[in-house]
Unconditional design. Structure first.
Length: 156
């Protein structure tokens, strides 16, 4: 189970860090915390955001929002002994005490609209170029297969 939770550390496919899949993060609770962090970072990457700026702003906003709403934030140094479900329940109980509109503003797509300078525009263009290249390659293969099908059987 821990190997599955650790897989985002390395990844697969183009641009992935080569190496074996780590089998151990340290403890099961640490694996759940790392999974939360990796999810936040993956969402930032998916939305072409500068990850450091997004996570820093997310932490600052959460801290000030908790203070403004009078939410008692527990000492997370004690969270190291929580199991995954207990850690998730702690996070959900905190999130449920905060206003929905403030939480929505922290989602990556809403955050990107509010912070356009933190959107990595060159990554968006790279993604478009890759998508166009794939589309063109697929079309070439389809055309080649269609041309081969139209040739008479004697020519094949």
């Amino acid at each position: 189970m821990l190997g599955n939770l650790a897989r985002p550390v390395w990844g697969w496919g183009p641009g992935a860090i080569p190496g074996p899949t780590p089998q151990f993060i340290g403890s099961e609770p640490a694996a759940y915390r790392m999974a939360v962090l990796f999810t936040i970072m993956a969402n930032a990457k998916r939305h072409h955001l500068e990850p450091f700026a997004y996570v820093r702003d997310l932490l600052v906003q959460m801290s000030s929002l908790c203070a403004a709403c009078g939410v008692d934030v527990p000492d997370f140094t004690d969270a190291s002994n929580l199991t995954g479900p207990e850690f998730r329940e702690l996070g959900m109980s905190l999130a449920n005490q905060l206003p929905d509109e403030a939480m929505t503003a922290m989602l990556p797509d809403h955050w990107a609209a509010a912070h356009p300078k933190q959107v990595l525009v060159h990554r968006i263009e790279e993604a478009r170029q890759v998508a166009n290249r794939k589309r063109d390659d697929r079309q070439k293969r389809r055309d080649k297969v269609a041309a081969a099908a139209l040739r008479p059987a004697a020519d094949r």
